[in-house]
Design a protein around this ligand. Structure first.
Ligand code: ADP
Length: 157
């Protein structure tokens, strides 16, 4: 029944982690900071249909900003604005969480809202020489958490 689904979903919120439900790095539609919003990129953004586009510097695991598609209404199609200029203009605070963070924490954080509704999942990489460093391995949004809570797909209208 629907009630049973919600109850088991609620219980799993205490045991499941963000890593279990995240969209993995390889599946994230993101752009490098040195790109420009030229016609091809704007067309691809439009086709993908995501609201938020993470921006990375160097490697994809190094997310430095989020661009919201609403911010692109200011972009002048004739000059192919550099991604960097938008990133600097709309300084965003990124929300990072550790990969083993539980979904009930995630739900409360998203609901509280001050850090936005998208979080980047990080793990500590201590392989190889040099200092251990955090790297991004995926993202979660409020929608991912709600889906888990309701144990059912939520379809965008
Ligand atoms: P949107 O508002 O763009 O539809 P949602 O927050 O509703 O995004 O999330 C819908 C699904 O898409 C979730 O599974 C989320 O992890 C994933 N998602 C959100 N943004 C991106 C992106 N830029 N690239 C890949 N997946 C994304």
């Amino acid at each position: 029944t629907e009630e049973m689904g919600i109850i088991s979903g609620a219980l799993e919120m205490k045991t499941k982690t963000v890593k279990d439900i995240m969209t993995p790095l390889d599946d994230i539609f993101m752009l490098p900071v040195e790109a420009s919003f030229d016609f091809d990129i704007l067309t691809e953004i439009e086709c993908r249909g995501y609201t938020r586009i993470p921006i990375y510097e160097g490697v994809r695991a190094n997310v430095v900003a989020i661009i919201n598609v609403k911010q692109l209404t200011l972009v002048d199609l004739k000059v192919a604005a550099p991604v960097k200029s938008l990133v600097d203009f709309y300084k965003t605070d990124l929300f990072f969480v550790f990969e083993n963070e539980k979904l009930d924490f995630m739900f409360r954080s998203f609901r509280e809202g001050s850090r936005g509704h998208m979080a980047f999942v990080q793990k500590l990489n201590d392989e190889g020489p040099g200092d251990p460093r955090y790297e991004t391995i995926g993202l979660v949004t409020m929608e991912d958490v709600l889906e888990e809570l309701l144990q059912a797909e939520i379809y965008d209208e």
